[in-house]
Design a binder for this molecule. Structure first.
Ligand SMILES: NC(=O)c1ccc[n+]([C@@H]2O[C@H](COP(=O)([O-])OP(=O)(O)OC[C@H]3O[C@@H](n4cnc5c(N)ncnc54)[C@H](O)[C@@H]3O)[C@@H](O)[C@H]2O)c1
Length: 692
């Protein structure tokens, strides 16, 4: 595939404006203003029209019914005709001079058709849109929301893409969208029009009231194939299970079409503020009143997850078989929602299961069959979505703690609850949390301050006593979640129900919040950590051996099943290696863990931490020695000889001690040097005991 020039809209490089709140009246188009919706008889346009009606706008539809459905326009103001029909457009504006904006959905959309007949696609989607733009300018309607597509991104863009990802449309259809974006940017720069291009990912579902839906009975995407396989009692093939994704299958970003429609409403409401972000210095004029915003779910859905969600939504079985990749298969991509959240104040609300359910119900409504009743026998009550209890035992720097808290508030997946147990006495902190609780509600945020200082381990344990949700994570009060953390760990725990905990990918930040790669983490990654592409389940003696060689896990990034972490609890005797102690305890009890390479957490490594301070004097290693020897004995009792041997060697910990020797020497700590040297190079035995 050819790589086309990257989209260089300055829009994406500038700082974002403040997120609009729902109560604030933003500069834009507000009900009951009129909106021209081209393609309003099609799948997305008709849903946008319904959302407009529900919100109090007055939609005016223009559609030539080439693929749209007349019945989707019933009871709505509808003009049948072409977007390039200048006389018709002028008439519409004569009859509705108060049209405040246009949502331009009309287009031909079938990729293979565009390959077979590119001239028609360029004419319908590009030439005719130019005609439309001229007509809008002529009639003084300067606000345009454009239906663009994620297909404008280069196929090499995998995993999470944002609006700055390279542009490289792979089909004539996708190129018509990219070309139109460039044209709109140029027209906006010339001051003739203002535009927001919304790049949709994979819309599915239907209007939840089933007024309209996809007119195409056989959608060509994966969901369409799934429906066909299910209806024909054929197996559904997942082709390719070795992609570097959460579960090895390819990934897409299925978004409920109603969520998409609501994003259009948000774009209209905030229109003027969004396009005015790039002001010419010293003026009120926007340099380029044009913006691009991705619309997706934030975490995407793998094909396997889609099949699971499908299975949840239908009676009977969808047989799923796996097969190798086919030529031309791509890993796929999904989009973050940061820009949409900030500019539109919008996040999607529907789950992919709900979108599938609505797509299936719509198919029956369309076929004239009664909706939900016969689609499935009353579905079993859905287990509540597993929420992650985010525990934050807090002591120390207020600014970093607030950053950590904000990183939780910024999660794209809303299924979290934050509990902060404050073991300090910093002024202003309880008041700050009172404000957050007032804003987000006590069911989302719980804060309490200890009357007396409990110390690290006891405060950790106290947090565990407050667990109420099925999943638990214990973020450090100086760490940060990336916005995909909760979504990633929930998906992993959902996909691998046999796993007791999950360790996702982590990046390291320093005191200033800069991403760094210290040697200790390089070693963890390159020498000790298992090599995982996507996700892998590990357990048993081999996992114990691997962790005893070098603890490559990052405790604050781990997400646990609640029953497991609360049952094992913390060992109050251990200050430095308690996380490893906890993990090994549970591995001995048969737990499996799922490791993923999806980076979703920032672990802060300070130049001097409690543990490294203690290390310099060598006291840390006294604890470590006792711990490893204890572990060796426990492994022996289980018959895990290799693990026992590894525990006795505790090589990585000794190497660490050896690297600290010069520091201790520089500080003139002769007892520190002696302890470290004995630990690093001496025989593995208990003080006063015999070597084993
Ligand atoms: N459905 C998707 O997966 C998807 C993904 C990304 C972007 N989009 C974009 O969203 C928009 C809507 O797509 P959709 O899925 O609703 O398609 P659709 O085919 O259901 O709707 C398109 C509508 O435009 C009308 N139309 C086409 N050419 C016209 C013309 N020259 N004049 C007047 N009306 C015309 C059609 O009759 C139809 O009602 C399109 O611009 C498409 O490129 C769709």
């Amino acid at each position: 595939m050819s790589t086309e020039p990257t989209n260089t809209e300055p829009a994406n490089t500038e700082p974002m404006s403040t997120e609009p709140t729902s109560t604030e009246q933003t500069a834009g188009v507000h009900p009951p203003q009129k909106i021209l919706i081209t393609g309003g008889a099609g799948f997305i346009g008709s849903t946008v029209a319904s959302a407009c009606l529900d919100a109090g706008y007055v939609p005016v539809i223009l559609d030539n019914l080439s693929t749209g459905r007349r019945e989707f326009t019933e009871g709505r103001t509808f003009y049948e005709g072409d977007i390039a029909d200048a006389a018709l457009l002028d008439r519409i504006f004569r009859e509705h001079p108060d049209l405040a904006a246009t949502v331009h959905c009309a287009a031909l959309t079938v990729v293979p058709e565009s390959v077979a007949n590119p001239i028609r696609y360029y004419r319908e989607n590009v030439t005719k849109t130019l005609e439309l733009i001229e007509g809008l300018v002529r009639n003084g309607c300067h606000r345009l929301v454009f239906s663009s597509s994620a297909s404008v991104y280069a196929a090499g863009a995998t995993g999470e893409v944002d609006e700055n990802a390279p542009i490289g449309p792979a089909s004539p259809y996708a190129r018509t969208k990219a070309v139109m974006e460039w044209i709109l940017e140029d027209v906006a720069r010339a001051g003739e029009l203002q535009a927001i291009a919304l790049r949709y990912f994979n819309p599915i579902g239907a209007d939840p009231e089933f007024r309209t839906g996809n007119p195409n009975p056989q959608p060509t995407h994966v969901l369409g194939k799934m429906i066909t396989a299910y209806e024909q009692d054929q197996p559904f093939h997942i082709t390719g299970v070795d992609w570097p994704t959460r579960d090895g299958s390819a990934i897409r970003d299925y978004i409920h079409v109603w969520d998409l429609a609501e994003a259009h409403l948000a774009a209209l409401r905030n229109f003027d503020a969004i396009v005015a972000r790039h002001l010419v210095p010293g003026t009120q004029r926007s340099e380029v009143p044009y913006e691009v915003i991705n619309l997706g779910t934030g975490d995407g859905t793998t094909v396997r997850e889609l099949a699971d969600a499908f299975q949840d939504a239908v009676p009977g079985e969808l047989e799923v078989v796996t097969a190798p990749r086919r030529p031309g298969d791509v890993i796929g991509a999904y989009t973050g929602t940061a820009k949409a959240r900030q500019l539109l104040g919008w996040t999607p609300k529907f789950t992919v299961s709900e979108a599938i359910r609505d797509a299936l119900t719509w198919a029956r409504v369309r076929a004239g069959l009664p909706p939900a009743t016969s689609l499935a026998p009353p579905p079993p009550p859905r287990p509540p979505e597993a929420t992650v209890d985010v525990l934050m035992p807090y002591y120390g720097d207020v600014g970093m703690m607030q950053e950590a808290v904000r990183s939780v508030l910024n999660q794209r997946d809303p299924h979290w609850r934050l509990t902060v147990v404050d073991d300090g006495a910093e002024p202003g902190v309880p008041e700050w949390f009172a404000g957050l609780v007032a804003e987000h509600g006590p069911e989302k945020i719980h804060y309490q301050r200890n009357e007396t200082n409990l110390g690290i381990t006891e405060n950790f344990q106290k947090c565990l006593d407050l667990v109420t949700q099925p999943l638990v994570t214990m973020i450090g009060s100086d760490d940060r979640m990336l916005p995909n953390y909760i979504g990633t760990v929930r998906a992993l725990m959902n996909t691998f129900p046999q796993a007791s905990l999950t360790q996702p990918g982590v990046e390291i930040i320093d005191e200033n919040g800069e991403v760094v790669d210290p040697w200790i983490d390089k070693v963890k990654r390159r020498v000790y950590a298992p090599r995982v592409h996507g996700a892998a389940v590990l357990g048993g003696e081999s996992l114990a051996v691997s962790l005893l060689r070098g603890n490559w896990m990052y405790f604050p990034a781990i997400c646990w099943r609640a029953d497991i972490i609360t049952e094992v609890g913390f060992n109050p005797r251990l200050r430095v290696v308690q996380d490893l102690a906890l993990t090994l305890e549970w591995i001995r009890a048969g737990a499996q863990i799922v490791v993923s390479d999806t980076t979703c957490f920032q672990y802060r490594r300070h130049a001097v931490s409690v543990s490294s301070e203690r290390a310099h004097t060598g006291t840390r290693f006294a604890e470590e020695r006792a711990f490893f020897l204890d572990e060796a004995a426990k492994m022996d009792r289980l018959g895990w000889r290799k693990a026992a041997r590894t525990a006795r060697l505790h090589l990585s910990s000794r190497l660490h001690a050896a690297t600290l020797l010069p520091g201790a020497a520089r500080r003139g700590s002769s007892s520190g040097v002696r302890t470290l040297a004995r630990y690093a190079f001496g025989p593995a035995r208990r003080s006063g005991g015999s070597a084993r």
